[in-house]
Design a binder for this molecule. Sequence first.
Ligand code: NAP
Length: 279
Amino acid sequence: MAARVLDGTAVSRSLLESTAERARTFADSAGRPPALATVLVGDDPASRTYVKMKRSRCARVGIASRAVELPADTSTERLVEEIAALSADPAVDGILLQHPVPGQIDERAAFEAIAPGKDVDGVTMHSFAAMAFGEPGFHSCTPGGILRLLDAYDIGLAGRRAVVVGRSPILGKPVGMLLLARDATVTYCHSRTVDLAEVVREADVVVAAVGRPELVRGEWIKPGAVVVDAGYNPGNVGDVEYAAAAERAGHITPVPGGVGPMTIALLLEQTVQAAEAKG
Ligand code: NAP
């Protein structure tokens, strides 16, 4: 039986509509639209494309965006100064630092210059701790988007065995914490995991967050499992061997059109939420 496709494009559309409505209500009462500052360091073409896409989505839902662009040789100190200024600027509600940043920059120091109330991309230690403790706060956008997508299809998580492949601070780790908060039994896999196939075979829910084309093979998928592919590799290829996995899975996200659009939608929703909270 073929898997049901988790349509991130369709679900994100309704999230964007409700975000646009909230942005309008905010603008009516505040006399200005919610505002997102995007910070791009250097001229990596993929990063530039991502920022452009996020800013164009902002415009479509009535969020103002301010683009800050810095040269590739920017120092940590200079970047921290720029982000600290945005953190202090009352006209800015949310801050997105596009990453990865060039190698000479201490990325963690740059993220931590984002005021917690403006961390709409969910990258600071404050947001991470809030996710880990199950306290209110901003979610990392991809993990938060994944949970929203599963919720849209009423996929129950309590008691289910979830395997997260990848443990990066913005994706693998926080998605595992959000699944744990929903009472899934969570296992993390990473580059040192022994016999990844055997671990994945046990999973009722698999989240692939690695960045290696089709690393997760279709034959590893337990029949009926929920397969979430957060990977995005050149040529629109995910981290899951899609066609073979779709034959066994109960639900599966496509690449593109699965996790990606949910990530942007969550960023915009959290920007409006930050504006509302600031008043
Ligand atoms: P990352 O920081 O490079 O982390 C990759 C993770 O995969 C690491 O934890 C690494 O393990 C693990 N890994 C590497 N090789 C492995 C292997 N052979 N077996 C098992 N685990 C392995 O990447 P990321 O930022 O989390 O991104 C992961 C993917 O998601 C990329 O394709 C990226 O483009 C995509 N992504 C998509 C969105 C979206 O909006 N859709 C957003 C962000 C990222 P170690 O920790 O041991 O090194």
